[in-house]
Design a protein around this ligand. Structure first.
Ligand code: BTN
Length: 333
């Protein structure tokens, strides 16, 4: 595990090398700036190289950063992160059972509001409705822990707010136009590219804590994941946000997403959510379609006409209006 608060030497070396990009930085300068021995600097350089940083080292010249890995290492994420609360602490794992489970365990500790847990791979990723979530290398698997002073009804806003924040981040950073499938799937060409899972603990009608889990098929091989999911219920196909060889920076995408989501979080806090449903609807592929929603109490059919300010789906069928809070949508023609 690497964190944003323990690895200060690695973080400082990366920043110094970045600020000297394309030039060599002498080992002596590095060791002076960090107050470390030359041998210790060398040890950290080796560590960074093993993490995927390409660093040239030349006798008499020092070190030069050639490229960084496309992993969501904590110090890469904090470098340029424009949030105050989200990502104040970042935990990074090469492999973990589920970032969601780790974040849930953090909830009992102090000073963890806004902590972000990220993994390169998950061995037991969890999806909505107790489904499994296949989480190979190349995806973005993260959970955000919040311990806000919210009312229970405010939690139901988070699937909508999170999927919207992610969509905006994808638009801004990758210049793609994903769509939103109610309640919280993000799609590209009608296939799923990201899903959201919210776990909440409620005590005497107040939110004790909330964990927002986000799974993004960032740079994965859709065929491999599809094969593993084909027989699962409600599978409508998955795709990858970017292609295998395409140039795209997952760090920038996560930074932008955390920023957008934090803005929404402030809006919930100040009860200023005007315009959110409009923004969601604008990007929705669900509104206007004839749908079947499988809900815990059976299927509900109708035309999706709107989502309300709590994120519920409003269906109209034979002049009757129905409000659905949770379920899986399939489109009918
Ligand atoms: C869905 O079913 O659409 C929601 C999928 C959520 C997956 C993410 S990946 C990061 C976090 N950790 C988990 O185990 N699940 C969520």
């Amino acid at each position: 595990m690497y964190t944003s608060f323990d690895e200060t030497h690695l973080e400082k070396i990366v920043r110094l090398l970045k600020s000297h990009q394309s030039k060599f930085l002498s080992g002596q300068k590095l060791s002076q700036s960090l107050n470390l021995s030359r041998a210790a600097v060398w040890k950290y350089i080796k560590k960074l190289q093993s993490l995927g940083y390409k660093i040239q080292s030349r006798q008499n010249l020092g070190y030069k950063l050639v490229s960084k890995p496309d992993y969501l290492l904590p110090w890469e994420l904090t470098d340029g992160l424009q949030t105050d609360i989200f990502g104040r602490k970042i935990y990074y794992f090469d492999t973990i059972d589920s970032t969601q489970n780790f974040a849930l365990r953090l909830a009992s500790k102090p000073y963890e509001n806004g902590s972000v847990v990220i993994a390169k791979r998950q061995s037991k990723g969890r999806g909505r409705l107790n489904r499994k979530w296949i989480s190979p290398k190349g995806g973005i698997w993260l959970s955000i822990l919040l311990k806000p002073n919210f009312e229970v009804w405010q939690v139901s806003l988070f699937p909508m707010l999170t999927s919207l924040a992610l969509t905006k981040a994808v638009e801004n950073v990758l210049k793609l136009k994903p769509r939103l499938k109610w309640p919280n799937d993000v799609t590209l060409n009608d296939k799923k590219v990201a899903g959201i899972l919210i776990d909440a603990s409620i005590e005497s009608n107040k939110i004790d804590y909330l964990v927002i889990g986000v799974g993004i098929n960032f740079r994965i091989e859709p065929r491999i994941v599809s094969r593993l999911l084909k027989n699962s219920q409600k599978f409508y196909g998955i795709t990858s946000l970017v292609g295998n060889k395409e140039k795209a920076d997952s760090v920038e995408l996560v930074q932008e997403f955390l920023y957008e989501l934090e803005q929404s979080y402030y809006k919930v806090m100040s009860n200023n959510l005007k315009g959110i449903t409009k923004e969601w609807t604008k990007r929705s592929s669900t509104i206007g379609k004839n749908v079947t929603v499988s809900t815990p109490s059976g299927p509900v059919k109708g035309k999706a006409i709107a989502i309300d300010e709590n994120g519920a789906l409003i269906l109209s069928s034979k002049g009757k209006i129905q409000r659905v809070l949770a379920g899986d949508v399939s489109y009918r023609n």
